[in-house]
Ligand binder design. Sequence first.
Ligand code: G3P
Length: 250
Amino acid sequence: MLNDLPQPVIFAHRGASAHAPENTLTAFELALRQGADAIELDAKLCADGHVVVMHDASVDRTTDGSGLVDEMPLEVLRELDAGCRFDSAFCGERVPTLEEVFAAFGNKTFINVELTNYRSLRDDLPERVAELVRRHKLERSVLFSSFNPLALRHIHRLIPEVPIGLLALPGAAGAWARSPLGNCIPHQALHPAIQDARPPLIQTQHRRGRRVHVYTVNSPQEIATLFRWEVDGIFTDDPLLARQIREERA
Ligand code: G3P
């Protein structure tokens, strides 16, 4: 369960994405070997309704293909190489489905599933993800997050026992989520951008009974500062570094 994880929680952002291609099985496996407490991944629907793990709306940046994920059926997505662009050592890596990640890691670690239906705010992603969580019996080992409040409201109705992290966009665009207006979305944790994570915000959220998990924190100085400010977790591309800093503090 979220509250049973070490404090502050080290979430491997898209896996150990400083050292392996983001959102791949290899990046998740490496994150666990590097001592991450949890992994973070991005879930979205492809054209034929499967839940796939990819951050961007298009495959262009992370694979050898081009096009929009929601216009490509799984069969086509699976032919893409999701490793070569990162480093030739990772050629042959595939775009995973959420089902595959749950099967491989669901009983090994805690998983933050970001609902990334940002091009189709009211699609079936919440139903599909909730069904997968129930089928794999992972209600106690996942956390949902999103910048899309509609998706969070929807999935909370479907599976209310799973905690929710409300992602706040950086700066003015995310001000509503960091303010009391954010209370209209059920959530146990606020996920602010690093530039907005300052002691007053952290203390206010704690007074409201909420956790604070900050994204995306990669420099040693920033990691150490946020730990000193008593955040409850960070998303980092480099879980090994964050572990070292947490151990030095202890
Ligand atoms: O979930 C934390 C972080 O991943 C949110 O930002 O842009 O990586 O989805 P982004």
